[in-house]
Design a protein around this ligand. Structure first.
Ligand code: HEM
Length: 221
């Protein structure tokens, strides 16, 4: 059994603050949207929580962003630029999650320090962190003070358009969260990935995969 230090402390602080914050945003957001149908707390309290936690999450996002920008760990997010290799790797991973795992086949991906995400994970995390989450923050800020940001709100077609985008991303993130937590249970034990996100260390059953050369920066599969 070998231990790999795959989640440095800024990533762990960002991640768990983010996870708790997102759950609060989902709950307070549902209270705001379905007021009258759900009445766990008052509308005003839900808005206060939603606004406060929203700004905490925006500040927290920059912990993740600046950590990776200024660290060689960014290599974990380097994309496989060869589309053929990327799609073969992603399809292998989808096959594993859909069938292989139930047949007791080994995971086609081996974690290493600079290559901790399989091609599918790397792509999905980048879509979430560099597209959906920033757009969610942006639409949230516009709706936080519609008057102040009226020029931008009108530019995008009005509050209803902004609100629709915000709700659609909310639905996508809720779906993502369910799948994300399920996939989190698929380590070599049910809790291995959760423990790794808490302690920083992933226990490896087998020898870790060889590191790719720093200059290559690819995710070969
Ligand atoms: C209850 C909520 C959550 C739990 C239990 C959870 C669990 C985990 C675990 C176990 C990992 C490590 C997975 C691995 O390395 O394969 C992870 C990584 C990650 N999670 Fe979550 N997560 C939660 C919420 C979220 C949310 C709300 C987001 C974003 C909106 C998120 C984004 C990420 C990202 C981007 C990573 C990779 C982090 C990095 O190393 O850069 N997670 N999560």
């Amino acid at each position: 059994m070998q231990r790999l230090y795959i989640h440095p402390i800024p990533v762990r602080i960002w991640h768990w603050t983010n996870a708790v914050g997102f759950v609060l945003m989902i709950l307070s957001g549902m209270q705001i949207r379905y007021v009258g149908l759900i009445d766990v707390v008052s509308f005003r309290a839900a808005v206060t929580v939603h606004n406060f936690v929203g700004f905490v999450l925006i500040a927290n996002f920059f912990v993740w962003f600046f950590f990776y920008i200024f660290s060689d760990r960014i290599r974990a997010y380097h994309s496989e630029l060869n589309p053929r290799k990327h799609f073969i790797g992603s399809f292998r991973q989808i096959y594993y999650y859909a069938f292989g795992i139930f047949k007791g086949e080994p995971n086609p991906f081996q974690v290493s320090i600079y290559r901790k995400f399989n091609p599918l994970q790397s792509m999905i995390y980048q879509i979430i962190m560099m597209l959906l989450v920033p757009v969610q923050f942006y639409t949230g800020i516009l709706m936080w003070d519609v008057k102040r940001f009226s020029a931008q709100v009108n530019f995008f077609g009005g509050v209803r358009v902004i609100d629709t985008v915000h709700v659609l991303i909310f639905i996508a993130l809720v779906f993502y969260l369910l799948v994300h937590v399920y996939l989190g249970t698929l380590g070599h034990t049910r809790t291995a990935h959760f423990k790794a996100m808490m302690t920083g260390y992933e226990d490896m059953e087998e020898e870790p995969a060889a590191e790719p050369k720093p200059s290559s920066g690819t995710h070969s599969t």
